[in-house]
Design a protein around this ligand. Structure first.
Ligand code: GDP
Ligand code: MG
Length: 147
């Protein structure tokens, strides 16, 4: 039997998580942070703020030109939200699984944050980095002093 490489589970990753304005407005900051901590991930940084147009556009640069882009930027900059750096073994994949698929009804399964708490793709409560490259890019955008 081949031993599992320890690096698969032992390496600590960082993910950029956003608790989006809809989740903050609905009073779900505690619920979402609690789920992150219950999973065993740790909060390395956390800040409540209203995203500027510049930060939001940089964060969602990959979606520029898509039909939902303008609405997405308007939504994300309109009200306060919470940005976090979440840390732990396989933190990126772990949080993506916890968040659930992008569409809270069609894709996110019950038990996930979006599956349990959401109804609309445009108001799907959370963001989580989708790769180590995205995480590094997004942490530099939201927490430049940590890089
Ligand atoms: P994520 O990585 O699961 O957050 O999904 P994407 O990276 O594909 O999209 C980024 C965000 O844009 C999503 O979380 C949604 O808030 C929004 N979004 C994506 N697709 C759609 C769509 O078809 N309609 C609307 N209204 N919003 C969308
Ligand atoms: Mg994404």
């Amino acid at each position: 039997r081949v031993a599992e490489p320890t690096s698969l589970t032992a390496v600590t990753e960082r993910s950029l998580v956003l608790i989006k304005p809809d989740a903050v407005a609905r009073g779900h900051i505690g619920e979402i942070v609690s789920r992150i901590e219950r999973k065993g991930l740790s909060v390395a940084a956390m800040e409540m703020r209203t995203a500027t147009e510049t930060v939001a556009a940089a964060h969602y640069a990959e979606h520029e030109g898509k039909p939902f882009y303008a609405g997405l930027l308007e939504f994300i900059t309109a009200r306060p939200m919470v940005a976090l750096v979440v840390e732990g073994p396989r933190a990126i994949a772990a949080f993506r699984q916890m968040a659930g698929g992008t569409d809270p009804v069609e894709k996110a399964v019950p038990g996930s944050i979006r599956g349990d708490l959401g109804l609309e793709t445009g108001e799907n409560l959370v963001h989580g980095s989708d790769s180590p490259e995205s995480a590094a890019r997004e942490i530099a955008i939201w927490f430049p002093h940590l890089v």
